[in-house]
Design a protein around this ligand. Structure first.
Ligand code: SF4
Length: 404
């Protein structure tokens, strides 16, 4: 191929043609160099994760589903326990669902476990134990989207297909300075163009490893990056401040900015510390759950949404799952971003991350941390008095329900 391109270059009829072909060859060379750099780096640092030692589609699918919204270190013990109890698709297909839920408890989103079981039932009862071998075929199974299907097709079936999760999107967005928010089609096409076809398994693993360990959302350690010499973000942002700003913009490059309205204050004093709170706007059959603060605490007797402080390094949804378990004894079925805003106190900023949630068993909630809990209609919700820091929730709720 290279020889063919060089011959074509020699035969170019005009300067424009020559330049076009020359830049194509250069890009191709750069991309191939970058792939080799990444693969060499991966060989050196690769983590020995349990699901990397198998090509069993069942085990790979279980690991991929567990890894959705949950960090690797946390998933490993769950994965081992799950595999000891349900070592194959037949065992999971035949299991009592309450047993499956018990083993899943702590990972959150039990509906994911239910869909896994459903998939195993289809494979064992309708497909004679045969898994589809392509990403398209896998997407016909319950709960398997573009990323998971590509992961199983690549890691289990050896298909040379690209993978794009948040980590991969962030790495490419930064390395190649792609426009933010990323267009889904564009990033999948980009990943396809840059894939190392003959080493797709290692390349895809390496990319995800790079996003998880080096090109992280908040503090990328560019000195350790195999692509530091060709990274466009570093090249275009020579100062630390502009680089930091760019890292913030690209932390979650797939996220489309949905709110057209700005809620809360803008952070202006960089010396003040910032704390993060997660809140659950739980809804069920047209009503919302609110909780009354105990009289002895700050802002006692105010009504509020359940939730609490995020722990250091904790993912929003993990923090939500933990808080809702502690405060209501309930498990979250789904959580979608509703509003994020910041409130300024004299000594610090509080950033609230509020998610619109559904519970697995809403009828079983208990007031474990509040003096009282209530299900209220949207109109009643607007009439309750929340602490002033939560005013932005009311504003967003008003727009959401009453479009004013
Ligand atoms: S050099 Fe830094 S920003 Fe660029 S890809 Fe590597 S870790 Fe990410």
């Amino acid at each position: 191929m290279k020889l063919l391109l060089v011959n074509l270059l020699n035969e170019c009829a005009c300067e424009k043609q020559y330049e076009y072909l020359w830049s194509f060859i250069r890009e191709r060379e750069l991309s191939s160099q970058q792939r080799q750099q990444l693969l060499r780096w991966y060989k050196r640092i690769r983590r020995d994760l349990p699901w990397r030692q198998t090509q069993d589609p069942y085990r790979i699918l279980v690991s991929e589903v567990m890894l959705q919204q949950t960090q690797v270190d946390r998933v490993i013990p769950f994965y081992h326990r799950f595999m000891e109890t349900f070592p194959n698709e037949q065992a999971l297909a035949d299991a009592d669902i309450t047993h499956v839920h018990r083993l899943w408890k702590g990972l959150g989103y039990p509906s994911r476990a239910e869909r896994l079981q459903k998939t195993c039932q289809i494979i064992t009862r309708e497909r004679d134990g045969q898994w589809p071998q392509t990403a398209e075929g896998l997407q016909e199974l319950p709960g398997i989207g573009p990323y998971t299907s590509a992961a199983v097709a690549c890691f289990a079936c050896g298909q040379s297909v690209p993978l794009v999760d948040t980590n991969v999107a962030r790495v490419y967005a930064r390395r190649d300075a792609l426009p933010i928010p990323l267009d889904k089609k564009l990033i999948w096409q980009h990943a396809e163009n840059h894939l190392a076809r003959r080493s797709a398994v290692a390349y895809n693993n390496a990319l995800m490893e790079l996003g998880a360990l080096v090109c992280t959302a908040r503090n990328p350690t560019c000195d350790e990056c195999p692509w530091k010499n060709s990274c466009q973000t570093l090249a275009q942002n020579p100062t630390e401040t502009t680089c930091e700003e760019e890292f913030k913009q690209t932390a979650n490059p797939m996220k489309v900015a949905s709110a057209k309205v700005q809620y809360g204050v803008t952070i202006s004093d960089k010396k003040k510390t910032r704390k993060h709170i997660v809140l659950a706007l739980i809804h069920h059959e047209g009503k919302y759950l609110i909780a009354k603060r105990p009289p002895s605490v700050h802002m006692g007797n105010y009504w509020e949404l359940p939730g609490g402080k995020k722990e250091k390094g904790e993912d929003d949804r993990i923090a939500l799952a933990r808080e809702i378990d502690e405060e209501l004894g309930a498990e979250i079925l789904s959580a979608r971003p509703f509003v994020t805003f910041t409130y300024e106190y004299p000594e610090f900023y509080l950033t609230f991350h509020c998610y619109r949630c559904r519970l697995f068993h809403p009828e079983l909630v208990q007031p474990l941390a509040a003096t009282e809990i209530k299900w209220v209609t949207p109109e009643e919700f607007m009439a309750y008095e929340f602490p002033p820091a939560n005013e932005a929730i009311k504003q967003r709720f008003q727009r959401y329900h009453f479009k004013k």
